[in-house]
Design a protein around this ligand. Structure first.
Ligand code: NIG
Ligand code: FE
Length: 413
């Protein structure tokens, strides 16, 4: 099956060489290689070839799509979400408007524990159906690859339930999905005075089971003052490595907690959130290969300080952007809106934000060989936009969906 999209206004984020790039860093983030007045040919689920209309080959194809006046780009790669959850938390949203902080709500037994209580009560089928609906919603906004975390179970049975739902989403949908095991998201109430015992439970009972069923790609920890300490984090990451689970961790959201440094030390794929980043964190990031992943839509929704994206990029580092879709700090997986927030609040340029959610998002899920750019042989996961002239229009036209049609694995969805 071959599909040709022709007369494309701008084919964005292309790679013409065979030596494919893995990640875009520093100054290079301001370049998005593109071809105007172009075509792309898709064969089965892969990108077969592309070029300028003036040099179109005499290609055979089954279906033709007219891309005139539209951009075609690689689908977003959203490398940090908690898309599997049981219920929204709008009451806490109102409490925060009235002055309570995210941490105060968590200390009262709200927040993550509130979500865990609801999730424990919900059966797997219902949890799957709700999550599938959310996944369809973000696909319609351009997402084609996504990481999803557990972490609202907080006991063996419910963590496995979440991870099985993620696995089923992976099996039943055309989206590329990676799973992270995040039992170290909060201490269940019954472990409030015996935190070490919960860490031990994760290591001795949960991790072996998760590994045995091959339910996770990564190990995540909410490393933060009041949640999991640097010492807990180290212990958890070391245990996870024995089962082949690499780290991707929550770090430096609320405090200068040492999360960035511990992530880099343990070769984390990424350290995520990063509201609190100073010179020591930058220095640490420069010493390793861990990807700084910023979640500014969560900072927007919580009304906390934004991540210092300029400082990170200007230091020559990569930046990845992800949604953090979750019922507490970011009840939206809307990537186009995230891009607008990153431009207006973090002062990233339109080209930088596009790199941050395509190639760099793919790298933060180790999918850069197959996703994140338009390159021959990569998955045909493509966004065809509504009529527009250039990339900057996407974050500029905030609150509106730039996506007209989505192609995943070579099929229109
Ligand atoms: O990434 N910071 C920790 N975890 C999530 C929020 C979880 C929740 O509030 O339900 C986050 O923001
Ligand atoms: Fe998160």
């Amino acid at each position: 099956m071959r599909t040709l999209i022709k007369h494309i206004q701008l084919l964005c984020q292309i790679e013409e060489t065979t030596t494919q790039k893995n990640i875009v860093v520093g100054k290079n983030m301001s370049k998005v290689p593109s071809l105007s007045d172009s075509w792309i040919l898709i064969e089965d689920e892969l990108i077969h070839s592309f070029g300028k209309m003036s040099e179109i080959n005499d290609n055979q194809y089954d279906t033709e799509i007219n891309g005139s006046g539209r951009l075609v780009l690689p689908a977003w790669c959203d490398s940090h979400t908690h898309l599997v959850f049981a219920a929204p938390r709008e009451q806490e949203f109102e409490d925060r408007i009235k002055g309570l902080s995210y941490e105060e709500i968590a200390h009262r037994g709200g927040g993550i524990l509130n979500s865990a209580q609801k999730l424990n009560m919900m059966d797997e089928t219902e949890l799957y159906n709700q999550s599938l609906q959310r996944l369809h919603e973000v696909i319609a906004q351009g997402t084609g690859a996504i990481e999803i975390k557990s972490g609202y179970g907080l006991n063996l049975e419910a963590e496995l339930k979440m991870l099985r739902v993620i696995r089923k989403l992976k099996e039943q949908t055309p989206v590329a999905i990676k799973a992270s095991f995040l039992a170290a998201h909060a201490y269940p109430l019954e472990y409030k005075n015996n935190k070490k015992a919960y860490v031990k439970l994760i290591i001795d009972q949960m991790l072996p089971k998760v590994a045995e069923e091959q339910l996770a790609d990564y190990m995540d920890v909410f490393c933060e003052d009041g949640f999991f300490s640097v010492q807990d984090t180290e212990q958890l990451l070391e245990a996870a490595y024995k089962y082949g689970l690499k780290p991707k961790i929550h770090a430096n959201q609320l405090h200068y907690s040492g999360g960035v440094q511990v992530g880099v030390k343990h070769n984390a794929i990424s350290v995520d959130h990063l509201e609190c980043v100073g010179d020591a964190e930058i220095e640490s990031l420069l010493s390793g290969n861990t990807i700084p992943t910023l979640l500014p839509a969560a900072a927007f929704f919580l009304g906390i300080q934004y991540q210092p994206a300029r400082k990170i990029i200007d230091a020559g580092l990569p930046v990845c952007l992800a949604s953090d879709y979750n019922p507490g700090s970011c009840p939206s997986g809307n990537i186009p809106l995230l891009l607008s927030i990153a431009c207006t609040q973090l002062k990233m340029t339109p080209e930088e934000v596009i790199n941050a959610v395509t190639i760099n998002g793919a790298a933060a899920m180790e999918l850069q060989k197959t996703h994140g750019t338009i390159a021959i042989g990569k998955k045909a996961n493509l966004i065809i936009t509504r009529p527009m002239n250039n990339l900057a229009y996407i974050p500029y036209n905030f609150g509106n969906n730039p996506v007209e049609r989505m192609m995943l694995n070579g099929k229109m969805v």
